[in-house]
Design a protein around this ligand. Structure first.
Ligand SMILES: *Cc1c(COP(=O)(O)O)cnc(C)c1O
Length: 408
């Protein structure tokens, strides 16, 4: 286990140290919830102000051309593509993960008409499972969602599976799937695969083209710091873009939206994954956020994620009896760390009262997201010390900490 001084030393020598200054860190706060809503990039505030005061207020409708509003989903998409190995022109920013999941699930199922099973795991993010359940109901042709334990996924990919739908990093335990191996198995069995990168994009290196992923979706308000509710992204492998037909289409996905044809003709490329008018102000915040990543090496991000998580795990285990909820080593875990904790909700409230921000996930998980672009090694150490202190002195045991709020 490292000492606090050793953590400070690591911060001094951190090759990513210059990045922290690009974000607004609230005074006296240790923010470990960047896996849920990332810190605000300072450039986003300026960009949104300009978008409101100049582009919206003054230039109005001309801004679609003049300020490139119409192309933003693609220009931002290409910036995200670099972080997830998607290649140019294969990823577009639009809608939410849930909506994009509906589109790619529908597109994938239509490409495997003889198969009826959507395979996922029991730890998948509930919204993805809800979308799959909703899609199966909507089809009413025997399409069904099957879930198995995360460790059982590979063996469950049988010849009746049309689509494998998985999240790379488990939102609760931080356990990572072996994306390459599962993608290979899916393809060997004739299935298509959809990866959800919600907790991967901006935290870990991902190589969508390298592993041959068919589809991927992700969000931008977590590690990418796009702003609350900033739009998600959707990737379709270049070899599938002409066949993949989303069940949800609209004029922004038309080959010629401004021809105002009454018949839908899908655009040839990734653009068909857009439906309607895009949320321009959110896109502007997101674009400014993505500019912070242009010089960032994802291997350095991943090494630092490993270091931060390890410092935290070691320090918590040394001074408490909490049990780690997921894997220990970075090869199989994401950038957040979770512990099983009795009265975890109240414990987290006591942490938050000390301005150390993590979150709670039912039934008993306390979760700490380490964003390598701005969190420091000493923050990981100090958060662990505070957690152990709270557990020792039981300062969490107060009615106001025990009463649950709407958003956990
Ligand atoms: C956060 C998260 C989502 C969010 O979906 P939205 O539709 O964008 O709200 C989806 N999947 C996973 C795995 C997540 O962690």
């Amino acid at each position: 286990m490292l000492t606090r001084d050793q953590c400070l030393e690591l911060d001094r020598n951190d090759p990513l140290r210059h990045l922290r200054d690009r974000y607004h860190v609230p005074d006296g706060m240790i923010y470990l919830d960047g896996n849920s809503l990332g810190l605000m990039p300072k450039a986003a505030r300026d960009r949104v102000r300009k978008a409101v005061e100049q582009e919206w207020a003054e230039d109005l409708i001309t801004s679609w051309n003049k300020h490139g509003w119409f192309r933003l989903p693609h220009t931002i998409g290409d910036k995200i593509a670099r972080l997830v190995g998607a290649g140019e022109g294969n990823l577009v920013v639009t809608d939410t993960i849930s909506v994009n999941m509906f589109k790619v699930l529908g597109a994938a199922l239509a490409m495997r008409p003889d198969r009826k099973v959507i395979l996922s795991d029991t730890g998948d993010f509930p919204s993805d499972l809800y979308v799959a359940q909703g899609f199966a109901r909507f089809m009413s042709n025997g399409t069904q969602l099957k879930t198995v334990a995360p460790e059982a996924v590979v063996d469950a990919i049988t010849s009746d599976v049309a689509v494998v739908m998985l999240t790379d990093v488990d939102y609760r335990t931080s356990r990572r799937h072996d994306m390459a191996a599962i993608t290979r198995k899916a393809h060997d069995s004739g299935a298509l695969i959809i990866w959800d990168l919600a907790h991967s994009a901006g935290a870990l290196p991902v190589d969508l083209l390298g592993i041959g992923a068919d589809f991927a979706v992700g969000c931008t308000y977590k590690y990418l710091n796009g702003s609350p509710g900033s739009p998600g992204f959707v990737f379709v492998h270049p070899t599938l873009q002409k066949q993949a037909m989303p069940p949800l289409v609209g004029w922004f996905g038309h080959a010629e939206p401004f021809a105002f044809d009454t018949q839908f003709t899908p655009s040839a490329g990734i653009s068909r994954m857009q439906c309607g008018t895009q949320a321009v102000l959110s896109l502007q915040a997101l674009d400014a956020a993505l500019d912070q990543w242009s010089d960032v090496d994802m291997q350095a991000i991943s090494s630092k994620a490993h270091a931060l998580g390890t410092i935290f795990i070691d320090a918590v285990e040394a001074s408490s009896s909490l049990t780690l909820a997921g894997p220990r080593t970075m090869s199989t875990r994401g950038s957040h760390v979770s512990f099983h904790c009795q009265n975890g909700y109240a414990v987290m409230q006591a942490m938050i009262a000390q301005r150390i921000i993590g979150d709670f996930r039912a039934p008993d998980i306390i979760r700490f997201g380490f964003a390598p672009s701005y969190n420091t090694h000493v923050e990981a150490f100090d958060a662990a010390s505070a957690l152990c202190r709270i557990l020792r002195d039981k300062s969490w045991d107060r009615p106001d900490y025990l009463a649950k709020k709407t958003v956990t």
